[in-house]
Design a protein around this ligand. Structure first.
Ligand SMILES: N#Cc1ccccc1-c1cc(NCCCN2CCCCC2)c2ccccc2n1
Length: 196
């Protein structure tokens, strides 16, 4: 849950391995560079169960590395790989101070895809999705959520170049991931500026 002065944004797409992890990483880097990252809770999720637990698509990771944008969405595997000697924290996320340290040194960390939960609708200020089918899926899910807090919008609504839809690059090429990156750059910049 974000602090009272904090704001929160959940980026959403179909599988949470292509578009929304890129949007999350781009927004986090912008918020970090502008000194505001500690005011924000930033996350990403899927409308589907297609890829739960999987890392971001390798084409998206390559695109992020090329642009020097650390990709975070630290997963359980971070704890399992480090192999805690105790079982005190099995299954929990890494300590936020550890995350901050990783982030500060632009150390790339793992991401594991997750599906949007009912709690997300109650705890995020914004749920920003990529295309009309994400919007339909999210709005349909709100039917079973009482007093939804989140403002559900297309991330493309913030694009100064008015490209409303961020197309699914899953069956696409490196260029299609580059286009997703450019759109996320424009939209996240405008969204951050209009909410700072
Ligand atoms: N669906 C669609 C679709 C339609 C047009 C363009 C792209 C996609 C597409 C397809 C994916 N996985 C292949 C099908 C998955 N299986 C579909 C039937 C249920 C069992 C799972 C994606 C996976 C991750 C992120 C984005 C994806 N996007």
């Amino acid at each position: 849950m974000a602090t009272s002065s904090g704001k929160s944004v959940l980026f959403v797409c179909l599988g949470n391995i292509c578009r929304s992890p890129i949007a999350e990483a781009v927004f986090r880097k912008m918020a970090t560079d502008s000194g505001e990252v500690n005011n924000w809770r930033i996350d990403s999720a899927a409308t589907s169960t297609y890829e739960i637990g999987n890392p971001p698509d390798y084409r998206g990771q390559a695109c992020m590395r090329k642009h020097g944008v650390p990709m975070r969405h630290v997963a359980r595997q971070w704890v399992i790989d480090s192999g805690a000697v105790s079982d005190w924290n099995t299954g929990s996320s890494p300590d936020t101070r550890a995350l901050a340290c990783l982030r500060k040194h632009s150390i790339e960390t793992d991401h594991s895809a997750r599906q949007v939960t009912k709690e997300d609708f109650l705890s995020f200020d914004y749920m920003l999705c990529m295309d009309e089918s994400n919007l339909r899926d999210l709005n349909r899910k709100t039917n079973s959520v009482k007093n939804c807090k989140a403002k559900i919008e297309l991330l493309g609504k913030y694009d100064p170049q008015k490209q409303l839809i961020i197309q699914d690059p899953y069956y696409g090429s490196e260029e299609d991931f580059e286009k997703v990156y450019e759109q996320c750059l424009r939209c996240c910049k405008a969204f951050l500026e209009s909410h700072s």
